[in-house]
Design a protein around this ligand. Structure first.
Ligand code: ADP
Ligand code: F6P
Length: 468
């Protein structure tokens, strides 16, 4: 008989696979986009757990099914709920607010009501699936009210929550109409994990200023005595898997072929991002365009590949960034590309892991220039794929910058500084690059996603105490 209760249950807005209904009505499951799935898929492999999430398609939820040792349990969202809870409150209110208001957040009472309703739906699903005394690990900003709702239904559970994105300073967080309910929602958990110390501090500070709660060190205690600990547990990747993949003869051959197809450039730069306004793609293109324009970089010998994965395409802010990026790529190529080999190769689609590894391996310089990013796993993937030289230009506004100190750290808002960082990376002598890469690789290979998951779960088991 199939198991119906699990010791470990993950709740995330999305399942690791996305159900796509084609124009002819046929249904196909594809890997879901984003860093959360990259990380959590590796964590769940080999553990007999369940994953609750939306299938990516509006309407009735498919029946629960098994994949890779995991029970996948779809939660339904109607078309209105996709628009109010996912596109609205999650990605129209919270996402811009939590990313330094790069785009102005919008607040609507209807969106807020849908968010609360869907968080309750997730809590009810987890309450049904978790074994007595089991662990439920809630993921990300879409499910901040779920922990308290779940505790009410199942006080026997250990409840953890991890924020994959930044947590804003209280001056910004205060704008949120539902601010107290979200904090109370999170305080239903035993342990809250954040990407950086600064994010955990921002959360604790919001509790101190906006709630009548006692905050001592990293523990918040409510009047009913329940205590929650908040701390930094920076996420990572399955580093060995990426290193092994990049070391296969097929991926090495493909990396060489990519360079050959671009006319064997002296320097190949790469950007890989969801097409999101937080990623600083426009700033990166501005810097690269100016370097071609003033002749510092030669477009026949220095090429740039930008992979921009389709994301949240019905939202206006995303349509806007897409048209800006595509117009700028067109302008740079129109002004500078030699016949037959574009200066900028723009790819607006998803690729298999092998192709991503080949792109990382082929690139001499990786450009990671977000205006704000919780971690940025792409930066770590590039490092894991490079056993030798290669250079990483990395925005100071990413979580990864706290760990990868030997990257060419840069402020993407300062285009002159960004151009200088790109040139420093391109012109650095091989021994300097090798030394920097060795240090970054040591960090990434020893702080991988398995270690992150163990750290999180150990913290959760000990909370509100610190683990020994
Ligand atoms: P985010 O979670 O904001 O999307 P991250 O950099 O943390 O950003 O994670 C993105 C993940 O998605 C990485 O594992 C990256 O390799 C993967 N990815 C990004 N673009 C593509 C693409 N076009 N095809 C396949 N995988 C992609
Ligand atoms: O943490 C960033 C995030 O929101 C994750 O939930 C996910 O990894 C990624 O961005 C993709 O976003 P979406 O699920 O909205 O396509």
């Amino acid at each position: 008989m199939p198991k119906d209760r699990f010791d470990l249950v993950i709740a995330a807005n999305r399942l690791p696979v996305d159900r796509v209904t084609q124009d002819d009505g046929s249904v196909e499951w594809r890997r879901s986009p984003g860093g959360l799935v990259t990380a959590m898929e590796s964590v769940m492999r080999g553990r007999d757990g369940a994953w609750i999430g939306w299938s990516g398609d509006p309407g009735e939820a498919p029946e629960p099914f098994r994949e890779d040792d995991m029970q996948l349990h779809p939660v339904p969202l109607s078309a209105d709920e996709v628009s109010d809870y996912y596109e609205g409150f999650s990605n129209g209110s919270l996402w811009p607010l939590y990313h330094d208001v790069i785009v102005q957040p919008t607040f609507k009472r209807r969106w807020r009501a849908a968010y609360e309703r869907i968080n309750r739906r997730f809590a009810e699903a987890a309450a049904e699936l978790a074994a007595q005394g089991g662990t439920v690990w809630v993921q990300d900003y879409q499910l901040q009210e779920m922990p308290a709702m779940l505790r009410e239904l199942r006080p026997d559970l250990r409840i953890g929550w991890f924020n994959h994105i930044p947590f804003p300073p209280v001056e910004l967080f205060m704008q949120l109409p539902a601010r107290e309910s979200l904090l109370h929602g999170l305080l239903g958990a035993d342990f809250l994990g954040f990407q950086r110390k600064a994010d955990a501090y921002n959360f604790l500070n919001a509790c101190r200023q906006l709630l009548a709660a006692s905050v001592k060190g990293d523990v918040v205690r409510l009047a009913d005595g329940h205590a929650t600990r908040a701390a930094a547990v920076p996420i990572s990747i399955d580093a060995q898997a990426m290193a092994d993949l990049a070391n296969t003869p097929q991926v090495k051959a493909r990396a060489a072929e990519i360079r050959e197809q671009l006319g064997d450039p002296e320097h190949l730069m790469l950007g890989v991002d969801r097409l999101d306004y937080t990623k600083g793609i426009r700033h990166r293109l501005k810097a690269v365009g100016e370097l071609y324009q003033e002749g510092t970089l030669d477009p026949s010998t220095t090429k740039f590949i930008q992979v921009a994965t389709p994301s949240r395409e019905r939202l206006e802010a995303y349509q806007h960034i897409r048209s800006q990026v595509e117009r700028t790529v067109g302008q740079i190529n129109g002004d500078h590309s030699p016949i037959g080999a574009p200066a900028v190769t723009y790819l607006h689609r998803s690729f298999p892991r092998e192709e991503m590894a080949a792109l990382f391996l082929a690139a001499d310089v990786m450009l990671v220039t977000p205006l704000r990013d919780g971690m940025n796993l792409v930066a770590k993937e590039y490092i894991a794929a490079h056993d030798g030289t290669g250079a990483l230009v990395l925005s100071e506004f990413t979580g990864a910058a706290s760990e990868l100190k030997q990257a060419y750290l840069t402020n993407p808002h300062d285009i002159s500084a960004l151009k200088q960082s790109i040139m420093n990376a391109i012109q650095a002598p091989p021994d300097v690059l090798a030394r920097r890469m060795r240090a970054m690789r040591r960090q990434v290979m020893t702080h991988d996603v398995q270690r992150w998951a163990e750290d999180f779960l150990t913290n959760l088991a000990a909370a509100p105490e610190r683990p020994r």
